[in-house]
Ligand binder design. Sequence first.
Ligand SMILES: [Cu+2]
Length: 150
Amino acid sequence: MRSRMLMLEILLLLSITLTICPVQAQLQTEDIEVRDYTFQPDSITVEPGTTVIWTNYDNDQHTVTSNEEIFDSGLFGEGETFEYTFEEPGTYEYFCRPHPFMTGEVIVSDEDPEPAEPGVVVTDQAIVNDTLTYEDVISDGPGWIDNHAD
Ligand SMILES: [Cu+2]
């Protein structure tokens, strides 16, 4: 009996987890310009799984080098790019090795910055289900007369 309760608890936890954390399969990218010896923007916030792409617009070589040695582009010149995909939430500071005054940070946050857009709100279930009955009409369900008097 005790194992059955445990199983139910596991199932409940699993369903809650799946509800809170929908799988996000879309590929996302963010662009940073390396321009005039700066990273533009020098701070961005992205979702986990985002690929950040740095493009060098200067007539000089730069690097994108993690302070914690997590990534290092090596020198890359004008018109070249470096990209890195950030999976784990956290703050990733970086700099340019030839020009240490060039600094930036990528903040990886798994908190949704804005709630998802609501989808179509169905207020008249009878229409959607195509099961309108005489009782539905005369019972004057919410919104029926107001929305469909025409
Ligand atoms: Cu540089």
